[in-house]
Design a protein around this ligand. Structure first.
Ligand SMILES: [Zn+2]
Ligand SMILES: [Zn+2]
Length: 138
């Protein structure tokens, strides 16, 4: 059963995705053009900076917070829902975690868990390479 559904998913084309509705559909559609841009999405002062799909020099400020999501693009204003920038930022958020020391977000493979004998941080908290080196974890 599981093998069958995986095979079906592998054959799903972009055209099929256009018919997927709801949040799952938005995420699937948003994932395609932005998949290669996720690494370029930055997180600064609580704001996700998502590069524009059409103009690489401009970015959209996306906020994903407890009180909801917002984006400064026209799409979000007119439809009052998740736009592709919010979807892209959501993907970037899922792929990263904050360093407990500097607060910046990094890809999971760029974070190092704190060992149990550390006096500054709790065991298994995550540190970026710079902070881990500075605190003698690496
Ligand atoms: Zn937007
Ligand atoms: Zn850090």
């Amino acid at each position: 059963m599981a093998a069958l559904s995986l095979a079906q998913r592998a054959h799903t084309s972009t055209a099929d995705l256009e018919h997927v509705s709801g949040v799952a559909g938005r995420i699937l559609r948003g994932q395609k053009p932005y998949a290669e841009h996720v690494a370029e999405i930055r997180f600064e002062d609580g704001v996700w900076l998502v590069p524009s799909q059409h103009d690489a020099t401009s970015v959209y400020e996306v906020v994903i917070g407890r009180r909801g999501e917002s984006c400064e693009c026209a799409d979000f204003e007119h439809h009052c829902g998740s736009c592709k920038h919010i979807v892209a930022a959501t993907i970037a958020k899922a792929k990263t975690a904050p360093c407990v020391s500097c607060g910046q977000r990094f890809r999971h493979r760029g974070l190092y868990p704190v060992p149990g004998d550390n006096l500054t941080f709790f065991e298994s908290e995550l540190l970026c390479r710079g902070c881990a080196t500075g605190h003698g974890v690496l």
